[in-house]
Design a binder for this molecule. Structure first.
Ligand code: SF4
Ligand code: SF4
Length: 98
């Protein structure tokens, strides 16, 4: 398992659901509102208020509740399945690298 590069991408989107289960009308609405489709999932832009981004030095972007972050954040390790639950894995997530 690779190291987290602190890009913050996994903290910027909420997974709404499977794009195939939405009719085109609803999908078009979400996309018009800023959603993106990635790996078949509808992702809603929603940057976590606890993400402290350092745009000049991404490796210094941090979670300001690191020790108390939600279980879903703790379980994410750059894999689609972790802790028996499914996660969205950002394309650029360095934790997926060996
Ligand atoms: S709580 Fe921390 S790890 Fe979880 S989404 Fe927010 S910034 Fe990211
Ligand atoms: S997408 Fe991956 S590399 Fe980027 S902050 Fe999240 S866990 Fe770290």
């Amino acid at each position: 398992m690779g190291e987290c590069c602190h890009c913050g991408e996994c903290c910027r989107w909420i997974v709404f659901g499977d794009a195939r289960q939405l009719d085109p009308w609803a999908l078009g609405y979400f996309v018009a509102r800023g959603a993106k489709i990635n790996k078949g999932l509808v992702l809603i832009p929603s940057e976590c208020p606890h993400l402290k981004l350092n745009e000049f030095n991404p490796s210094e972007s941090l979670c300001d509740i690191e020790d108390n972050k939600p279980g879903a954040c703790k379980e994410y390790v750059g894999k689609r399945i972790s802790g028996g639950r499914k996660y969205w894995v950002p394309d650029n997530c360095t934790m997926t690298k060996k």
